[in-house]
Design a protein around this ligand. Structure first.
Ligand code: GLY
Length: 412
């Protein structure tokens, strides 16, 4: 069986490794892939468009494609592959709006009673300023439309900060045309939870909960990144909160997807916050999270390919998980998510024990060197979050490269 995984980060390496671990006889292809994925499969790096990728998949009789990274969803990769008669796991163009069009996602949540923070949408800067002047609550998240994963979001805690944020987004256009419309949302301070699920067009089957650490600095300070670490399961996700999630988020989402005919085979990622003992949905993504994937797959006991097959048959499968904890620490290049240097030799890599995933490193002249801001993801698993964390940081200490940067508080 030939499987193509679309994306180039640690998540795609983790998906590939999990599939191979459970199914020795598959052949993996990655587009575009990275230095780690080319060890376990073939990187397709001679192709320059999503359409060309569709031709490649057809010509090479790819049996299954999994969309890892969201950036290809805007190109309509799922629609293209389906038009070629190819099997693909991911949302079609319209359903991907749940991720890439924040205003659409908010309307959807409101329409179907999915619990989400209060918000207003503005396309006029003056009206938005007027709204801020009159608003009592000044803890706000001001979001440019059209970008997800924490990008294009500015937080404010005073009227002045809020006005500055509006100017940055709507006048200075820091996030480009996505700043033509903004969402002004009540900012809820609480513990974040990521729940990734598989949607089979009939059921939404959740994975274990996870927690992402989005900011570059310890104690969640500084710039947003693609995630500096993750743990699973999320220790804040109690049984009551799971019930609350199912009742107020998952079930109404399912009703909405079916009513709007937004059905697809793929993943739905719920970006959640616990506030006042209730769970609120901040955003949907329509793919697996990175680096959540890297802490979740080491705990998955089920054969992931069997889960995918059952999903295409619309069966309500149970996913089995190890009764353990896991902690993933992201090793990055100093300067990330801003500017950073590449080509640093990575030492200690050859003795690293599994699980670990490559996000941006390449083998050159028998040496591993950094090739991106996000370099390596090392994971520890254990019977407690402390054990998992200690194992992850023991591995971190074995890796050295110039300008290495990581957070010391993942899992604390
Ligand atoms: N970890 C956040 C994301 O994948 O969007």
């Amino acid at each position: 069986m030939k499987i193509l995984i679309i994306g180039s980060g640690g998540r795609e390496h983790a998906i590939g490794k999990k599939l191979l671990e459970d199914n020795m006889s598959i052949s993996l292809y990655f587009y575009p892939g990275n230095g780690g994925t080319k060890i376990i499969g073939r990187n397709i790096d001679h192709i320059h468009s999503t359409l060309e990728l569709g031709f490649f998949a057809k010509k090479n009789a790819i049996d299954l494609t999994i969309v890892g990274s969201e950036i290809f969803l805007l190109d309509g990769v799922v629609d293209i592959f389906q038009n070629f008669g190819l099997k693909i796991l991911g949302p079609h163009y319209l359903a991907a709006k749940l991720e890439v069009d924040r205003i659409f996602a908010k309307y959807f949540m409101k329409k179907y009673g999915v619990r989400t923070p209060e918000y207003k949408v503005f396309s006029s800067y003056e009206k938005a300023i007027n709204f801020i002047e009159k608003k009592n609550n000044t803890s706000l998240a001001i979001k440019a439309n059209g970008l997800a994963s924490g990008k294009g979001v500015l937080l404010s805690h005073s009227k002045n900060e809020a006005k500055k944020a509006l100017k940055t987004i709507m006048i200075e256009k820091k996030f480009g045309n996505s700043g033509n419309k903004v969402i002004i949302e009540d900012f809820l301070k609480g513990k974040e939870v990521s729940i990734i699920s598989i949607f089979n067009g009939k059921h939404i089957i959740p994975f274990l909960s996870a927690k992402d650490y989005k900011k570059i600095g310890e104690n969640e300070t500084g710039m947003n990144t693609g995630g500096m670490g993750s743990i699973a399961p999320n220790p804040y996700m109690t049984k009551d909160l799971w019930n609350d999630f199912k009742k107020n988020i998952l079930n109404p989402t399912l009703v909405g997807l079916l009513s709007e005919k937004l059905t697809f085979f793929g993943f739905i990622y719920f970006g959640l916050i616990i506030f006042s003992n209730k769970i609120f949905l901040l955003e949907y993504n329509t793919r697996i999270g990175d680096p959540e994937a890297q802490s979740l797959f080491p705990l998955m006991d089920s054969n992931f390919l069997h889960i995918i097959h059952s999903s295409f048959l619309q069966e309500k499968v149970s996913i089995l998980w190890k009764k353990k904890y896991s902690c993933c620490v992201v090793l990055s290049s100093k300067g990330y998510p801003g500017k950073y240097e590449l080509g640093k030799v990575i030492k200690g890599f050859n003795n690293l024990i599994e699980p670990f995933y490559i996000a941006g490193a390449d083998k050159k002249d028998k040496k591993w060197v950094t090739s991106s801001g996000r370099v390596l993801n090392v994971v520890g698993t254990g019977n407690s979050i402390e054990e998992a964390r200690n194992k992850a940081y023991d591995k971190v200490k074995k890796i050295h490269f110039d300008n290495i940067y990581y957070r010391n508080d993942i899992g604390f």
